[in-house]
Each structure stands twice: as C-alpha cells, then as structure tokens.
Ligand binder design. Structure first.
Ligand SMILES: [Zn+2]
Length: 435
C-alpha cells in the first residue's frame, strides 16, 4: 500500500525551534481523511471517515459524507489507512533495554546514561504508535524529569504516566537502588514519590523472572506493608499497581486493593476469579518473556534466569488462553520492549482474543486500566488528538499493527525518518513535523 498522503507541511524545513527547547506550539485545526476509522468505542469500524482536530483535541468524528470540514483547513489524507486511537502501553520502563541484559544493573547506571537511552527508547515507542505510556518504576525520578522534557518539546516521546521509584523490599524484585522496608518506610517512600510527581504507586509484591534470587510466588511484603502502600495512594486520590506473578503475593495485593496486577504469569484460576470479583485489571506483558530480543537475549548466560523464563513461558502458554477468556479485564504493556506493542497484540490473538478486542486492549482498555480514559483511548470529541494510521487491516490480520505509518500526539504529527537498518520492520527515528 502507498504511504499516506503527507501532511501539508512535510518536506518543508522544520522550524528552527523544532525539536528545540520551546514547548509544543498550539496545533492548528486539521482534518484527517481516514480510509477506515476504528474509534475504540466498541462501534463497528467506519469506512471513509473524517476526524477534525483543533488545538490538540478531537472536535468532530464521523462518516465523511456527514462530517463537514471547516473551510480552508489543511487536510491530511489517510485514505489508504486504518486509523485508530494512539496505543496505550500500560506497563513499561523508559530507561531499560531488556536485550542488553541485567535490567537491574541498567537501573543502577548513572542517570545521564539512562536518560540518553530513554530518549532513544521513547522515540522508538512513539514511532510504533504508543502515544501514552505508563512507566512502572525508574530510579533517580528519571521518568518525572523525562516527562518534563517531553512536555517542553526537548525530546519526543509518548505522554508518560509515572510511578517514579518502585516500592520494593530490600530483598525484593526490582530493587536497584531504592528500597522500602516496613510500614513507615513505605508510607514515606510513597509520599516522597507523589511529592516528586508520581501518578500511581508501583509495588513489587512477588519475585520476578529477570532477577536471580527472587521467587515468582512468594510474598516479599507483609499484608500490612501492602495495605500501607495502597492506603497512601488512595488517600490522595491515586491508586497502586502490583508486580505479581502468582501465589500469596498476588492474592495479598488483590485483597488489599491494588488496581492492576502486572504480569500475572503464574496466576491460577482462583487468582483470576478473585481478580474478577475485585475488578482488578490484569496487565499482560508478553514480549519480554516470549520475544527473542527480550530476556532470552539479555540474560541467556544466566541459567537461574533462563530456568524461570522457561517455566513462565510454559505456564503462560497453557494458562493464558483460559485467563483471557475468563472475563478478567486486561490491558497490555511492553515492559521495556520498546516499539513492540504489535507483538503484545499479536500474542493476545495467538491466545484466542479477537483482533477487535486486542485493539481495544491496546487502546481503550489500557486507558481505563491507567485511569486516563477520560482523556485518551478512543477517537471521540473532547479527547486528546492521539491517533495512529496503520498500513493494512489489523482486524483481518493483527500483524498489520507492525506497520504504523503515521502518528499524531496532542494534534502534532510525528513523521518517520528511517535510519537504514534501524527500523527492524518498525519505524525508526522521528521528526516532529510541527503543528
Ligand atoms: Zn516492568
């Protein structure tokens, strides 16, 4: 299929300030002509649809025949494309590249090195269609600072929802530099995170696959410690998310009121039933476990980790088709597999989810899990103008999600500048094409 028609200003030199230090200019009104529009509301896709965008927000959506374009407004021709809401990656980390190995070691590196890596990672995520990303723990409050840099137009990236430091025990998974033991330290840690701009709490309830000495089902924290983290979040109108694979740690986290369970690789049918009962979201993270450039590449020389990878893969392969059909609410996250949201959605389909529901999991359901559904996740008037255009029909072949050709975030178009050999089937570098 041909590339979508270029936005009217493509090809012109970028303004001197882009991608400079000035905040994103207020985008002008634009009209998008879409070949097919999947709006994420659950409505059937619409052929030949029009979306009108003004000042970074969607102002009108509908069939082109009945949605008039304001006169004199620039039109973006996406007539060959499948247009849908920008993707919501419900679980990632900005600084980590799993394929480099030793993820905890990466979190211990000097912050400048991490920030530079994050810049490249986030560019790749945005190019692949992620316009909102929930960050699930960084050291040095890196995510809060990078979010500020994105909002100021210094670097490009998705809109970030930040956990800042993960709340983990001294002997817990995810412990790089910070750790919090006991109810009082947890309360202080959570409060400090919120003071530095955290949107939610990320709690590590069980061990993880990519650490050597942790157990995937043990509960590192006591019930009181988990409760303290959840309480501190709720008290200021926020919520807690728990890294949990299964066992006692997962159950305590759900019972104490965390809103999302991250990974859930070993969740039993009873665990899933409890989550359904408590309306807890399951955030699936498949790429890091299954993709050849995930933990398998990064930690192949560490037998203790590779044993966990094999165990988790086997259980997920058997269990997840049932879990995903159980009625539990689910979303997906790449868990630092930057640019690979398509792999997450393809894996959902491989486990029996319909392509339609996979697209919803990557958009509206992600927004709901991350509590930003009032603002993003669907193409509706009033929502932020976060949209992507895909080459092909992902409802017929979900692998089309690998071909994100055009990205708009907050009404600003980001066009691909493909460094040769860098794209890996995905869009590589990005330039901002201005308003
Ligand atoms: Zn993670």
């Amino acid at each position: 299929m041909s590339q979508p028609g270029p936005p009217p200003d493509e090809g012109k030199p970028l303004p001197a300030s882009a991608p400079g230090l000035s905040p994103t200019p207020a985008p002008v009104t634009r009209v998008l002509r879409c070949g097919t529009l999947f709006d994420g509301t659950g409505a059937p896709p619409v052929r030949q649809a029009t979306v009108v965008v003004a000042d970074g927000r969607i102002v009108a959506v509908g069939p082109s025949s009945s949605t008039p374009a304001p006169p004199g407004v620039a039109t973006i021709d996406l007539g060959e494309c499948f247009v849908m809401p920008g993707l919501v990656d419900a679980h990632s980390h900005i600084s980590i590249v799993p394929g480099h190995g030793n993820q905890i070691g990466q979190l211990r590196q000097p912050p400048v090195l991490q920030a530079l890596r994050a810049t490249a990672n986030l560019q790749r995520d945005l190019a692949a269609g992620t316009t909102t990303m929930r960050v699930m723990a960084e050291e040095h409050f890196l995510d809060a600072d990078v979010r500020e840099a994105i909002e100021a137009g210094i670097v490009v990236g998705p809109c970030l929802l930040c956990a800042t430091r993960g709340i983990t025990a001294s002997n817990g998974h995810g412990r790089a530099i910070s750790s919090f033991d006991g109810v009082d330290e947890i309360r202080r840690g959570v409060r400090e995170n919120f003071q530095r701009g955290a949107d939610h709490v990320k709690l590590f309830a069980t061990g993880g696959v990519s650490s050597v000495s942790t157990n995937l089902q043990a509960s590192v924290y006591s019930r009181d410690e988990i409760r303290a983290a959840v309480e501190e979040a709720h008290r200021v109108g926020k919520y807690a998310a728990a890294h949990a694979h299964g066992g006692l740690g997962l159950r305590l986290a759900v019972e104490e009121g965390v809103s999302t369970i991250e990974h859930g690789a070993l969740a039993s049918e009873d665990d899933v039933a409890l989550m359904i009962d408590r309306k807890t979201w399951l955030v699936c993270t498949f790429a890091i476990l299954f993709h050849p450039t995930g933990i398998e590449q990064g930690d192949r020389s560490r037998p203790a980790i590779m044993a966990k990878v094999r165990q988790a893969r086997q259980v997920v392969e058997t269990q997840f088709p049932r879990t995903l059909a159980s009625g539990v609410r689910f979303a997906v996250g790449t868990d630092s597999m930057h640019g690979l949201m398509a792999f997450e959605l393809e894996t959902l389909v491989r486990f029996g989810v319909t392509p339609r529901d996979a697209l919803l999991a990557g958009s509206r359901w992600g927004a709901e899990a991350c509590r930003v559904a009032g603002d993003v996740g669907t193409v509706e008037p009033g929502k932020r103008a976060d949209l992507i255009a895909v080459d092909g029909d992902p409802l017929a072949d979900i692998a089309a999600m690998r071909r994100v050709r055009w990205v708009m975030k907050d009404g600003v178009v980001y066009t691909g500048l493909l460094p040769e050999g860098h794209g890996d089937g995905r869009t590589g570098g990005l330039g901002r094409s201005g308003a």
